[in-house]
Design a protein around this ligand. Structure first.
Ligand code: UDP
Length: 457
């Protein structure tokens, strides 16, 4: 559907300023822009994206006043609270001003905000604008969150969970085990409950958009729709529906694509733990020798550790390692991941199972080794290994012999080939879901109609 109206409708998008949240929001912007909407990205100064890469969008900075201490504390709840406490007034003021001065070429039709930037719902209400929530994780992760208050009430979990139940199934959430619940990285269950209450409250919002698809999560989406007062639109995978120029905050090292061009089909394992998770020094050393001993080719993202004083980021690797692997390995600080996963040479993905990485791997039919660290990653790892069966579970033992065997199993052995076949089959289903008449295609069509029907109060 191309522009069908005289005055363009403008959408204001409010991403949460982390890489795994910025990517889907910008991609959503491209999808809706392709349907004729004008797009304004209202972004914190912290982690501001490179606007030169997105000339189709207007950018409206939010003066955030964040303290580095809170942002670098790593305490997710404090960081999210800080975003919500600091950003409401600046967003409200800047939007009120642009509405008053008619600075834009169209009226603001709706605010679409990341679920963790829930202050935007209050801003929308105050300005009498409709709002829509974007959830950037999976539907199954959301179902898991919704189940936690009930699990607590029924005594299935408590703040003093003991080890023996960790491997037992969670009632109503098969095949998830207690160890897969996204509860372990919070200071207390009460903190988590507060986060769920804030982010999962639909407030005055008119709908929820999901970066997922019914061919992958149909059952979970149907359950969520039953629990929800507002319509859900599953229109993923965003990055395939509207490919965008890089949304990376860090600079991508594109040399690795040239290196991949020289490798045989399905011969390379790509290792990346996303933008937040990282291995400690000991794990890095085991990984290095596990990879070297596997005799397989690898492309490895090693993000520089901001706390070390190494002049060269590769100083964190053991002496002689780079020379020892020669042409067999390529190590970068940050990769153009979507391009890497779509490259024919990549035969496997060692991943932390963040939702974007999970989707990006599934969309390219790449089997995975699943090494979750925190939050939703546990849920996705379990689904990859047990439901979609395109991944193998990584245990806790970061030991070079285990790593060598896991890599060979994925790239060389029959088990890996079978996983790859299943992954390719799933990729075909995802392709159908995105094309005309497919679930995501239809939901997007409905979403556009729904946004245009929203009434400004
Ligand atoms: N990514 C990238 N280059 C890298 C590593 C990651 O572009 O070297 C991108 C990846 O494609 C994904 C995002 O960073 O879109 C990470 O999001 P994800 O949800 O997988 O994990 P998070 O970083 O939120 O833990």
């Amino acid at each position: 559907m191309e522009k069908q109206w005289k005055r363009p409708h403008r959408l204001v998008l409010v991403p949460c300023p982390f890489q795994g949240h910025i990517n889907p929001m910008l991609h959503l912007g491209y999808i809706l822009h392709s349907k004729g909407f004008s797009i304004t990205i209202s972004h914190t100064q912290f982690n501001f994206p490179n606007t030169a890469n997105h000339p189709d969008f207007h950018f409206l900075p939010i003066v955030d006043g964040f303290s580095d201490r809170v942002v670098s504390s790593g305490n997710f709840i404090d960081v999210i609270s800080s975003f919500n406490n600091n950003c409401r007034a600046p967003l409200e003021e800047s939007l009120a001003l642009v509405m008053e001065t008619r600075e834009y070429d169209g009226e603001i039709t709706c605010i679409i905000y990341d679920e963790y930037m829930y202050f935007a719902a209050a801003v929308a209400k105050h300005l009498k604008l409709p709002s829509i929530i974007l959830r950037t994780s999976s539907a199954i992760h959301d179902l898991t969150y919704n189940a936690i208050p009930g699990l607590l009430k029924d005594g299935h979990i408590s703040t003093q969970d003991a080890d023996p139940i960790l491997l037992e199934s969670v009632p109503g959430l098969h095949p998830l085990r207690f160890k897969d619940l996204p509860i372990t990285n919070f200071k207390s269950i009460n903190d988590l409950l507060q986060l769920i209450a804030n982010a999962h409250e639909t407030r005055t919002s008119a709908a929820i958009i999901w970066n997922t698809m019914d061919c992958l999560e149909g059952k979970s989406l149907a359950q969520l729709q039953q629990q929800s007062q507002v319509p859900l639109f599953a229109i993923g995978p965003f990055h395939k529906i509207a490919p965008a120029k890089s949304c990376s905050i860090l600079e991508e090292d594109t040399n690795c694509i040239e290196w991949l061009d020289k490798q045989a089909c399905n011969s390379v394992i790509y290792i990346s733990l996303g933008s937040i998770a990282s291995m400690d020094k000991k794990e890095l050393a085991e990984m290095e020798w596990g990879l070297a001993n596997s005799q397989q080719h690898f492309l490895w993202v090693v993000r520089p550790d901001p706390t070390t004083t190494c002049s060269e980021w590769t100083d964190s690797l053991p002496e002689g390692f780079i020379e020892a692997i020669g042409e067999r390995g390529c190590i970068v600080k940050w990769a153009p991941q979507k391009e890497v996963l779509a490259h024919g040479a990549v035969g496997g993905f060692w991943s932390h199972c963040g939702w974007n990485s999970t989707l990006e791997g599934l969309c390219e039919g790449v089997p995975m080794i699943c090494q979750p660290y925190f939050g939703d990653q546990w849920v996705h790892a379990r689904y990859l290994t047990q439901v979609w069966r395109t991944g193998q579970e990584w245990g806790d033992n970061m030991e070079r012999g285990e790593i060598e065997r896991a890599v060979r199993r994925l790239i060389v052995d029959k088990e890996g080939k079978e996983m790859r076949q299943r992954a390719v089959h799933l990729k075909e289903k995802i392709d159908i879901c995105m094309s005309e008449g497919g679930g995501s295609y239809n939901s997007l069509y409905e979403l556009v109609g729904y946004i245009l029907s929203l009434k400004i109060a």
